[in-house]
Design a protein around this ligand. Sequence first.
Ligand SMILES: Cc1cc2nc3c(=O)[nH]c(=O)nc-3n(C[C@H](O)[C@H](O)[C@H](O)COP(=O)(O)OP(=O)(O)OC[C@H]3O[C@@H](n4cnc5c(N)ncnc54)[C@H](O)[C@@H]3O)c2cc1C
Length: 241
Amino acid sequence: MAAQQLSEAGHKVAITEAMPSPGRKFLMAGKTGLNLTKNEAADVFLNQFDTPIQLRPMLDAFGPKEVSNFALGHGQDIFTGSTGRVFPKKMKASPLLRAWVEHLSTLGVTFLKRCRWSGPLNTNHVHNFETQEGTVQISAPVMVLALGGSSWSKLGSDGAWSTLFATAGISITPFTAANVGMRIAWSEHMVPHFGQPLKNIRLSVAKKMSRGECVITSTGVEGGAIYALGRELRTSHPRRT
Ligand SMILES: Cc1cc2nc3c(=O)[nH]c(=O)nc-3n(C[C@H](O)[C@H](O)[C@H](O)COP(=O)(O)OP(=O)(O)OC[C@H]3O[C@@H](n4cnc5c(N)ncnc54)[C@H](O)[C@@H]3O)c2cc1C
């Protein structure tokens, strides 16, 4: 997104990606249906975020409508499901990613793959990258870091950048699990129900409500209806160590 904006503004842009191809987690996100956004009133949508006040300017500029238009603009028809979630009709992320990468290439954006930024942060416009040929240095007056979180590290984002930030004395908010299932120590009684989907359900935690579906697993419950309550589950049922 940043590369596209900068390139359209006339800047020369290169995207460096640690993995052999970009957008691997984005592709994984589309494996069970890429939920692009939600079709709901702006205030309701905004309040799903942990820091709605700080995010308001960004979401005013690029909210659910713009996300839908972004997908449509890349040739992806979309639909709204019964819970208000918006998906591409093809459900997968790959056609959208392909069209997006093609568009960036048309704009002249260069992709440098297997090229892992390794710091430093207090640099004089010279940045180090680990490549198959060893460490290379690239000079650029501006660098936008969009390195992802620390889950699903096999897809590329391993959170290693947080160490580089710490070395440079930049504090970060510690990583927190967000879109995750809930662990429950089921009794024997529940064993026959493992793998059973719960459809068209309504769940609530601490006054927050979510609709959708989830699955009973041997270790708890998983699925969209649970993920939407992640913040409330975290704060009202803090993990015991
Ligand atoms: C199973 C699953 C289902 C999901 N479903 C959905 C969904 O339906 N809808 C939705 O909106 N979201 C979904 N998500 C979440 C979504 O995939 C992420 O929120 C999104 O990919 C985050 O984007 P990002 O650009 O911040 O980080 P990432 O997608 O992780 O991208 C960061 C990139 O930076 C690269 N990188 C990291 N460090 C370096 C470095 N030092 N140098 C160079 N490159 C580096 C990584 O290789 C990676 O490609 C899902 C996630 C998973 C795992």
